[in-house]
Write a protein that binds this ligand. Structure first.
Ligand code: CS2
Ligand code: MG
Length: 393
């Protein structure tokens, strides 16, 4: 565990041939649950195993656990899986994207995060991202009358929601938000024109019918996607949203397995699947999700917030460069300290990331430096309605 600006859990696997691989095991705000699962229940099973048998080890950890799935276990499995792909790449002398089948594109289109206290500040931030070369930008704004709207940080490039030892309380008002959101995107389209892809994250706040209304009201601004418009425990709820709007729908950053999204995909209720390496069982499982999605023209849009470490980002970029049905990759820049603790081969240029040509995932951990940033417990905020009722953050 290390905290170079925020907490990360990293698993390192070492082989008797002298190779090592790393994998991200970070579950934001629940870090120690994954550490305990790894230490108590996973690491003892790995000692002495053949590191080349990625699939068999995945099955051992998944089927062999009896208590299947769930974010803690799937994150632990993902860490092992990523580290083993890293080792296989190093053993072969190839970057992981080559092992998967080679590049399907020259670079991975990413979207950055523009956020501001109000409409003008957010629109100005969108402009700043366009100047940095981004082809796609997610826009989130403070909302007058809503205390602590999602996505608006104190910092700009390094917005971090998990910033308190006990969950910070934010407030939510759906009517105010529904009236506000079209005004935000009207200003952004007017000021920045049609040549930028715009995205927006609703962060699970609306009921299905409210999500349908929002999608309709944003249609004139041609969003690339509207994300997590309603909680997804009930996958069927998306049929209602779908029937109301042509705004593309993205879901899945909190999914840990193919079973969380199979109905959404098979019924063509979403356009983008946001599951990523660290929370969805690693490269081995994510490629099954993408394979199912490809049958239904659902494209990938991997989660890439800063609570996913560079080890996840590196692995995701190899996956993105290869996956036939790629859509977009989220890219929230890490702090300089984080980048130093995790030296990496991936690089950003003109709106695209490339994983680089280093063997494996192309990301390592500087353990000496990591030790200088001790674990610092933090939790994500919670949200309440103005009458005190608990809501979805
Ligand atoms: C978000 C995340 O990136 C996103 O789309 O929804 O910021 C999310 O809130 C965090 O990853 C939670 O840990
Ligand atoms: Mg999100």
């Amino acid at each position: 565990m290390t905290c170079p600006g925020r907490n990360f859990v990293t698993l390192k696997i070492v082989t008797d041939q002298g190779l090592h691989g790393i994998g991200d095991a970070t579950l934001n705000g629940r870090e120690k649950a994954v550490v305990a699962y790894l230490e108590e229940h996973v690491v003892p099973l790995l000692i002495g195993k053949d590191a080349s048998r990625i699939e068999d080890i995945w099955q051992l950890l998944y089927r062999g656990a009896y208590w299947r799935r769930g974010p803690v276990k799937m994150t632990a499995i993902a860490a092992v899986d990523t580290a083993l792909w890293d080792i296989k790449g190093k053993a072969a002398g190839m970057p992981v994207y080559q092992l998967l089948g080679g590049a399907s594109r020259d670079g991975v289109m990413v979207y950055g995060h523009a956020n501001g206290a109000d409409i003008q500040e957010t629109s100005d931030e969108v402009g700043r991202y366009i100047e940095m070369g981004y082809k796609a930008v997610r826009a989130q704004s403070g909302i007058p009358g809503v205390k602590g709207a999602y996505g608006v940080g104190r910092g700009k490039l390094h917005y971090e929601p998990a910033d308190a030892t006990l969950p910070a309380e934010t407030l939510w008002n759906t009517s105010t938000y529904l009236n506000f959101a079209p005004k935000l995107f009207d200003r952004i389209r007017n000021e920045h024109g049609d040549n930028v892809e715009l995205l927006h994250d609703v962060h699970h706040r609306l009921t299905p019918i409210e999500a349908g209304r929002l999608g309709q009201s944003l249609e004139p601004y041609r969003l690339f996607w509207m994300e997590d418009c309603t909680p997804v425990e009930n996958q069927e709820a998306f049929r209602l949203v779908r029937n109301k709007t042509t705004t593309p729908l993205a879901v899945g950053e909190i999914f840990s397995s193919i079973y969380d999204c199979k109905d959404l995909i098979q019924n063509q209720l979403i356009d983008y699947i946001r599951a990523t390496v660290v929370h969805a069982g690693g490269i081995t499982h994510l490629r099954q999700i993408a394979g199912l999605a490809a049958l239904y023209q659902v494209r990938t849009g991997c989660h890439g917030a800063t609570d996913l470490s560079p080890a996840c980002m590196g692995a995701a970029l190899h996956f993105d460069l290869w996956v036939p049905n790629f859509g977009i990759q989220e890219y929230m820049r890490h702090t300089e300290e984080t980048d130093e603790v995790f030296p990496h081969a991936y690089s950003f240029s003109d709106g695209y990331l490339h994983p680089g040509e280093a063997p494996g995932i192309g990301v390592d951990i500087d353990e000496e430096l990591a030790a200088k940033f001790p674990y610092n417990p933090k939790q994500l905020p919670i949200a309440r309605l103005y009458d005190g009722t608990m809501w979805n953050w």
